[in-house]
Design a protein around this ligand. Structure first.
Ligand SMILES: [Zn+2]
Length: 543
């Protein structure tokens, strides 16, 4: 009887205990739970930018009160998307350096856009990209006459949509010391009646592009914020930039500290003494910025036959591609990284490049290590090498949309047999049981839902090919979702704070209109991001 009184007393005390006060309670949310199932009608409690509690509405509202409430209106709530490998700064650089001329209809329209741009920014060099005379009424290739008349004293450089031609003005030719007599291998300075027209083709483009000064800090800052807006639009709250120098990192850090750049960035460091020195002595990690890895390049790309293969290209006899960084340098940097507790992330496309790097890694890494050294792309991996990923705990970092973008010509480069060694997404996942996924934007589109779709269906956006390209390598929906949320976080040692909706994690979310794990296939690419949250604050709300 005595005990019963105590228990009843305790229960009364508990039921009367004051509610805990939080910063925010998100109500009426369909939340991705730990077991990758959507739990309906949940509340998420946010305190100091982190998740304090998640649970069914009734029990949460009994325990918590908050200064702010947000009704999710049955939206599906996922951890903020995380791009495991992209070029955020490079994308912003393109925005800053080039005026967008993509949907222009004539040279006159281009000139109007350039005049306005010149008035606004007064750059020393006017650069544009994206024009395509096939979309114009007059479909002949343009010449420089109108540009010369409008911009006699300021250099102009306008890249065609495919990057294989550029229209310049006379001033830029003068500055680059180009004449009709200049010659370049693999390129052409277009002449009519022996006179230059301002058009440069292929390798000749570099004769002018090489003298263009880089955009200044104000332009880059604006472009980085613009790049952030695009990322937020697609639900990205975190990303890994695959290769930055100290000055780029400093600018990102500065913009994050002003409160304008809110997206979380993991920067892979380009290897140089200067950059290593900066990391050692002058950089301290923040909640928004970390630098824990060094980026190396073993080879080039498959499309341009720069990827290094064990045997010659099927469509280019005698050519195996090249290892582009000296073998001893690769080893030296790996040794430095190992001794200084840095992660190594190496770009490897061809089967030879993958073998070279896996073997160098294995010299340093022991079995079952937790250093998470990465191979970026891991695009063509020979059967004799694939087991080395699990043997040395090397993390493959893939881009599912590369498979569906390359599928039309990859088999021609590699041949019927070797193509089976390419884009081995599922087998790579099985190596360590997890796999970070990215877009490599601006190479591919920024949208992580396209990565999800390509991972699950191995089809392009038009649904081709029916049944999928190399369909044995499909991921299931849960794996595909983890590959754009939790696993990219784990790939940069952030798994305790990012990628799941659990207490202790950052309150970074993306609210969507579909249950991506259990909706019709055709609804996936039509899905909408409703709002995006970083640190428990809505950075973007779509009405
Ligand atoms: Zn890349």
């Amino acid at each position: 009887m005595k005990y019963l009184t105590i228990i009843i007393g305790l229960l009364i005390a508990l039921s009367n205990s004051p509610k805990k006060e939080a910063d925010l309670i998100i109500t009426n949310a369909n939340v991705l739970g730990i077991d990758n199932v959507i739990i309906e009608n949940c509340c998420i409690v946010v305190e100091k930018g982190k998740i304090a509690a998640v649970g069914d509405s009734e029990s949460i509202l009994k325990q918590y009160d908050a200064k702010n409430f947000y009704d999710a209106k049955s939206a599906y709530v996922y951890p903020g998307f995380n791009d495991a490998h992209c070029h955020f700064f490079g994308y912003a650089f393109n925005l800053a350096q080039y005026v967008d001329l993509k949907d222009t209809g004539s040279i006159d329209e281009i000139i109007e856009i350039l005049k306005e741009y010149d008035k606004k920014y007064s750059p020393v060099f006017i650069c544009g990209r994206g024009w395509d005379q096939n979309n114009w009424q007059i479909k002949d290739m343009p010449d420089w006459s109108k540009l010369n008349a409008e911009f006699p004293d300021k250099p102009v450089f306008l890249l065609r949509v495919d990057g294989h031609a550029a229209l310049c003005n006379k001033k830029s030719f003068e500055m680059a010391e180009l004449t009709e007599r200049s010659v370049v291998a693999g390129g052409e300075i277009k002449l009519i009646n022996g006179e230059p027209t301002g058009l440069l083709i292929d390798n000749a483009i570099e004769l002018v592009s090489a003298i263009i000064p880089e955009p200044g800090i104000p332009q880059m800052s604006e472009a980085l914020l613009q790049a952030q807006d695009t990322c937020l639009k697609y639900g990205i709250t975190s990303l890994t930039d695959a290769g930055l120098g100290k000055n780029e990192i400093k600018l990102i850090n500065f913009l994050q500290k002003t409160g304008k750049l809110k997206i979380r960035i993991n920067a892979m460091l380009n290897p140089s003494d200067d950059n290593f020195d900066f990391l050692k002595n002058k950089f301290s990690e923040t909640e928004l910025l970390k630098v824990v890895s060094v980026k190396l390049y073993a080879d080039g790309a498959l499309g341009s036959r720069g990827a290094c293969l064990l045997k010659e290209y099927s469509d280019d006899s005698g050519n195996k591609g090249l290892i582009i960084t000296d073998y001893e340098d690769l080893r030296k940097i790996c040794k430095y990284a190992y001794e200084n507790n840095l992660q190594v992330c190496t770009h490897c496309i061809g089967d030879s490049a993958n073998r070279v790097m896996l073997d160098i890694y294995s010299e340093f890494l022991k079995y079952g290590n937790d250093r998470r050294w990465r191979i970026e792309h891991a695009q063509v991996v020979n059967d004799d090498d694939i087991g080395k990923f699990s043997q040395y705990s090397v993390i493959p970092s893939v881009q599912s949309t590369h498979a569906t973008s390359d599928m039309d010509w990859a088999g021609i480069r590699l041949g019927d047999q070797r193509i089976k060694d390419a884009y081995r997404t599922k087998e790579l996942l099985e190596q360590n049981g997890w796999l970070p996924n990215g877009t490599d934007f601006p190479v591919e589109n920024i949208n992580p839902v396209e990565t999800f779709y390509a991972s699950v269906f191995r089809e392009d956006k038009s649904g081709f090919p029916d049944g999928g390209f190399l369909p044995d390598q499909k991921l299931n929906r849960e794996q595909a979702l983890m590959s754009i949320t939790y696993w990219p976080a784990k790939a940069c040692f952030d798994e305790k704070v990012k990628g799941k909706i659990e207490p202790g994690m950052y309150a970074d979310f993306v609210f969507m209109d579909i249950n991506i794990l259990d909706c019709k296939k055709e609804d996936i690419l039509k899905s909408k991001v409703l709002s995006v949250w970083i640190n428990g604050e809505a950075e973007l709300v779509v009405h």
